[in-house]
Design a protein around this ligand. Structure first.
Ligand SMILES: O=C(O)CCC(=O)C(=O)O
Ligand SMILES: [Fe+2]
Length: 299
């Protein structure tokens, strides 16, 4: 049975599974590229990460790209279903996962939305923990370091809505080039493309692939790995024809835990955040941030 019309106003993740499984929406005015480029990202199978012979593939992806596509992540064909309501979406909101259970909402509809986010967030936390544990093994991090470097209670979800921008040209961005401050970011790109990632100074289009997630290494992961792994620079093109919604999950280190690496002065995530805030005040945007803590600055 096709869903009632009001589902159209939900982000795709919260709609019943129709478009992703049954092909593109015929009402969608966006004309796809006739021959889309092949997906450039390395592909990592979550189910294989416990295998010693598979983890080097993960390490290679983290060294070469700082980003990969995650398959077999356990929620294929099972997007959460929103209760029916005519929700209108804002341009973006953040939800700190560990505050969700403190929220007491009277409205049963909003409460089911809270539960849905809670369930989705828990799943993302499990994914991030599994991926991080595999990375920690490859990097030979101690148990103590791992516990400090990935703090599951820091996890937050961000829903972004990029409005359709009829005047957009080649130089118009929904979100400008940046690296994430996180340890790991997990993006769900349900339908509309526009996401790009940089590798060796070249930009690559990353189109949405149904039933997969995109995992990005953030600045903290780069520092934790003593620059062995890289945080991937990415951006989102503005779209003339359709709006775009993305759902991201971001997880950080313990804010007061000290990150120690031969490449950096010892610093905490709280120090890093304070530095980013300072940069935002003085130059107006985030420029990496790790260089402030680097021991040997490039000449
Ligand atoms: O919308 C996207 O796909 C990317 C969002 C993003 O890069 C971010 O929130 O840091
Ligand atoms: Fe980002």
């Amino acid at each position: 049975m096709s869903p009632p019309n009001y589902y159209d106003s939900y982000p795709p993740l919260f709609r019943p599974n129709t478009t992703a499984l049954n092909g593109p929406d015929p009402n969608n005015l966006h004309t796809p590229d006739p021959e889309p480029n092949p997906d450039p990202l390395p592909v990592i199978d979550l189910e294989c990460l416990s295998r010693d012979d598979e983890r080097p593939k993960l390490a290679q992806a983290c060294q070469d790209w700082g980003i990969f596509r995650l398959v077999n992540h356990g929620r294929e064909r099972k997007g959460p279903h929103m209760p029916p309501t005519n929700v209108k979406w804002f341009e973006g909101f953040n939800v700190l996962m560990n505050k969700l259970s403190d929220l007491h909402v009277e409205d049963p509809l909003l409460d089911s939305f809270r539960l849905l986010l809670d369930e989705y967030g828990r799943h993302q936390t499990r994914l991030a923990t599994t991926i991080f544990e595999a990375m920690a093994k490859e990097l030979s991090l101690s148990q103590e370091q791992s516990e400090c470097y990935l703090c599951p209670s820091s996890g937050l979800m961000r829903v972004y809505r990029y409005l359709r921008w009829p005047e957009a040209d080649q130089g118009s961005w929904g979100i400008d080039a940046h690296t994430d401050s996180s340890v790991l970011s997990i993006l769900n790109h349900p339908e509309v493309g526009g996401f790009q990632v940089q590798k060796d100074d070249e930009w690559f289009d990353v189109e949405p692939v149904p039933n997969t997630l995109v995992v990005i290494l953030g600045d903290m992961m780069q520092a934790i790995s003593s620059d062995e792994y890289k945080s991937a620079k990415h951006r989102v093109k503005a779209n003339k024809h359709v709006e775009r919604i993305s759902i991201g999950y971001f997880v950080f280190p313990d804010k007061d835990g000290v990150i120690r690496s031969p490449k950096y002065k010892p610093f905490t995530y709280a120090d890093f955040r304070a530095q980013i805030q300072q940069d935002l005040k003085t130059i107006g945007y985030k420029v990496g941030g790790l260089h402030h803590f680097k021991l040997h600055k490039p000449t």
